[in-house]
Design a protein around this ligand. Structure first.
Ligand code: NI
Length: 255
């Protein structure tokens, strides 16, 4: 069994036919998928999709680059969505200084990140963290604003040196398509060194399609290429990777 810890069946490219997506994923041995929201609308859709299918769960939240487009009351509406039993995480939340370089935007990202950490703690939920070009500030916030249930650093793209900083805080690292990219030194090194109790698999579909399907839309059914590359980097078997990542995911979410 393989678990996709981060995908977007709620993306407009898949939204019209989630059944086909889920059927294809399940036919490829992917039995659990976490559909992650990135704004209010996509969070609502993540919940709708999760409620239709066994093994499909939702995370709800506002991604940092969308904070500037967020309206008053959006976070309250996100909180309403937590009533669904299929919502198991707050996400994706975090910091992204690649898209927002102005200081005031970075400031409101940090403010919103902390608000959503507090929301996760209020409902005793793990988080899915999006971090791009903001690893130091993310780490600082996670140290100061402790998450009771921890979570996943999705598509970890930080340095190999920082792996320990996050895993020692109790977070899992999400490893995805970038580990299969030919010249991706950092993701490959991270996959090699991360402890076997500290990583999960993800596609981030429809983005970050792994080799040999680059150029196509990503899909949970391609998770096996990521699994196989990690297995060879860690010098373990693909079924070891499945076992590690299934246990790590199920433990985090108490499923
Ligand atoms: Ni994502």
């Amino acid at each position: 069994m393989i678990i996709d810890s981060h995908c977007h069946i709620n993306d407009p490219v898949y939204l019209n036919n989630p059944k086909q997506y889920v059927d294809e994923a399940k036919a490829s041995n992917v039995s659990i998928m976490l559909v992650v929201g990135y704004d209010l609308e996509s969070s609502i859709n993540a919940v709708k999709i999760a409620e239709q299918f066994d093994g499909v769960y939702a995370a709800v939240g506002i991604i940092p680059a969308e904070v500037k487009n967020t309206k008053n009351g959006d976070l309250e509406k996100i909180e309403e969505l937590l009533k669904s039993k299929k919502v198991i995480a707050i996400g994706e939340i975090g910091l992204d200084y690649y898209w927002d370089k102005e200081e005031d935007l970075k400031y409101s990202q940090r403010e919103y990140f902390i608000k959503q950490i507090n929301l996760a703690n209020k409902y005793n939920m793990p988080v899915s963290i999006h971090c791009r070009e903001a690893y130091n500030d993310t780490l600082e916030i996670l140290k100061k604003h402790k998450l009771k249930r921890k979570g996943i650093i999705h598509c970890y793209s930080g340095s190999p040196e920082m792996v320990k900083s996050f895993t020692e805080l109790g977070f899992l690292l999400g490893l995805g398509g970038t580990v299969t990219f030919k010249n991706a030194f950092r993701p490959k090194e991270v996959a090699k060194i991360v402890d076997r109790t500290k990583y999960v698999l993800e596609t981030d579909a429809p983005y970050l399609t792994p080799t040999p399907h680059r150029g196509e839309l990503n899909h949970s059914k391609y998770l096996k290429f990521i699994r196989d590359e990690i297995a060879s980097l860690k010098n373990i078997s693909p079924s070891d990777v499945e076992e590690d990542t299934t246990n790590n995911f199920l433990n985090l979410f108490n499923l």
